[in-house]
Design a protein around this ligand. Structure first.
Ligand SMILES: Cc1cc2nc3c(=O)[nH]c(=O)nc-3n(C[C@H](O)[C@H](O)[C@H](O)COP(=O)(O)OP(=O)(O)OC[C@H]3O[C@@H](n4cnc5c(N)ncnc54)[C@H](O)[C@@H]3O)c2cc1C
Length: 527
């Protein structure tokens, strides 16, 4: 904690330091107190237990989460501690906001705490060979177990039928116009893609008419998509009025004008919006890492420490305005094999670097119909070129030795995300991190089991952002599809956890998990 306080306070004038330091300590004490008893696995019972048990659990959970301030936004928690969320100190404490795409006004304390835990434990890894090695390893294991992988085979539609007693069940999927019939479908393409794009609207509406929980998610997603098309509203802290976003005396600055030309007023969030989108520039260089001083680390560059103001300025200013955050990292330096003395000849060819810039879908929306419009195509190409130049300038200013050594560039926009990841608004992280999404009730509703018998969800949307969230969701999904098979993998899961924590904690967790399995087997929800 001492280290974090020192880092955050380094630019505070001496006269104000004692007061700001006390506020930072109050905020961090709250955070660190909660982190000892909270991890995202705390949501597991809400997602895995039968809904009637989970609904009862909401009451004690809500009390506990209120006591630990986990349900409130980071901005509101900071203000309560006497810290101005728009100040430089607050901006430094939230240095990693762009990893998740939500600023202090949107980010719940539960997510902030989880992120602090990750950095505190230095649990950041890079898979040698890049992200694709994970996909290849999973694919090989799947095929070795008898599975068949169909690549470039987008699911166009889910085949859903309704029985005479009114129950919905999955019959299969439609791929390239052909029906593949199967009694079990697990979709990890995201909650929004599954419910809004793979399901026929008439099926989704029929399910929503019978199941109010599904209707809540379905309507929330539709509202979220609409809000992303124009301007992204800022959620107020939980429990406060929408217009109560105050600024501390002495720190107020004129708020940027919103995209609609009015003073931007935070709106209440009722929707499940999609996360922010990025532009990517991949750069290949002609020398090894040491020629450019690349090291294995991440770096974010911001126009100012007021992240919310930066986001709003970019929203109002359009594509050409300053990005609210630019990320620079060198995959080759993290891999560690691209060096002049590297053992592997393939890795002696040259270093590479990635630049990621946060942008807003509303700036890209009009390029969706690019194919049929030559003028739009030219405009899009020109924008890509100018973005590439801007990001290269950022690279040269941060790593001057790279200038004159760029051999290859590849610029991607949010439209590329839609093409390659099947996203809707170029969202990088699925559903946006928001107080609405991480409320107790929504965590209970975002579960693997759906109202359609045989249709299950997996992936980060039903858990939390990132690979960790995606992996955790796979355990949830196995549990929901087959609690019995979960029994066989439980010992492995706990043996894996034991070295990191105490045996007592692992045994207690094992007992709770076993109880959950037994309760689920007894309940009628799992079939
Ligand atoms: C550039 C980038 C960098 C990232 N860096 C990190 C990082 O450093 N650390 C970290 O923890 N996380 C990182 N993430 C986030 C991480 O990749 C995701 O959280 C994680 O991959 C989510 O896994 P998932 O299985 O839920 O979804 P995804 O990995 O997105 O998988 C969903 C799959 O569904 C497919 N799909 C979509 N629609 C259809 C359809 N109609 N039919 C069939 N298939 C479909 C998509 O093609 C995709 O393969 C990064 C993400 C991006 C985009």
């Amino acid at each position: 904690m001492q280290h974090m306080v020192e880092q955050a306070l380094c630019s505070v004038p001496a006269g104000e330091r004692a007061q700001v330091s006390a506020a930072v300590r109050r905020f961090l004490r709250k955070t660190f107190r909660a982190r000892t008893c909270f991890g995202f696995s705390a949501f597991a019972p809400l997602k895995l237990m039968h809904k009637w048990i989970a609904r009862w659990l909401l009451v004690p959970y809500d009390l506990l989460f209120r006591a630990l301030h986990l349900n409130e936004s980071v901005a509101s928690s900071m203000r309560e501690s006497g810290l101005d969320p728009t100040s430089d100190v607050a901006g430094k404490l939230l240095y990693f906001w762009a990893d998740l795409g939500s600023t202090a006004a949107d980010m719940p304390m539960s997510t902030f705490i989880n992120q602090i835990k990750r950095f505190e434990n230095f649990r950041l890894y890079y898979p040698r060979g890049g992200g694709e090695v994970m996909g290849r390893a999973l694919g090989s294991a799947f095929e070795a177990a008898g599975g068949k992988l169909l690549l470039k085979s987008r699911v166009e539609r889910l085949l859903i039928s309704r029985s005479l007693n009114g129950d919905f069940s999955i019959d299969g999927v439609v791929v390239k116009g052909k029906s593949i019939l199967c009694p079990l479908v697990i979709s990890s393409s995201g909650v929004s893609t599954t419910f809004l794009r793979m399901m026929r609207p008439e099926d989704a509406q029929a399910i929503a008419a019978c199941d109010s929980d599904f209707a809540e998610i379905y309507d929330g997603l539709r509202e979220g998509i609409e809000s992303g098309k124009s301007a992204r509203p800022v959620s107020p802290p939980m429990g406060s009025s929408p217009t109560s976003e105050p600024t501390s005396p002495g720190t107020a600055r004129p708020k940027p004008i919103s995209a609609r030309g009015k003073q931007s007023v935070p709106q209440p969030v009722r929707q499940l919006s999609l996360s922010r989108t990025w532009c990517f520039l991949f750069v290949g260089l002609d020398g090894p890492d040491e020629d450019y001083d690349f090291i294995a680390k991440h770096e974010w560059i911001f126009p100012s420490w007021d992240h919310q103001a930066n986001v709003e300025a970019h929203l109002a200013g359009g594509i050409d305005s300053e990005f609210p955050a630019v990320f620079i990292t060198s995959p080759s330096a993290k891999d560690g094999r691209c060096s002049a003395n590297g053992a592997h000849p393939a890795w002696q060819r040259g270093a590479c670097v990635m630049l990621l810039a946060i942008t807003e879908w509303s700036h890209w929306q009009r390029f969706v119909s690019l194919k049929d419009d030559d003028t739009l195509k030219h405009e899009y190409a020109a924008i890509k070129k100018s973005l590439e130049k801007r990001l290269l300038r950022t690279l040269y200013s941060r790593f001057p030795l790279t200038e004159g050594h760029v051999k290859y560039t590849s610029m991607s926009t949010p439209l590329a995300m839609n093409t390659y990841l099947g996203t809707t608004q170029g969202e990088v992280n699925g559903l946006a991190v928001s107080c609405k999404r991480f409320s107790m009730r929504m965590q209970m509703l975002l579960r693997p089991k759906t109202p359609v018998k045989g249709l299950y969800l997996s992936g980060h949307d039903i858990s939390h952002q990132g690979l960790h969230g995606a992996l955790m969701s796979s355990i949830y999904t196995i549990f929901a599809c087959s609690p019995r098979s979960m029994l066989s993998i439980l010992p492995m899961v706990f043996l894996d956890w034991m070295p990191g924590g105490s045996a007592l904690v692992a045994l207690a967790a094992l007992a709770i998990a076993l109880l959950a399995v037994v309760l689920s087997l007894l309940s009628s929800e799992h079939s």
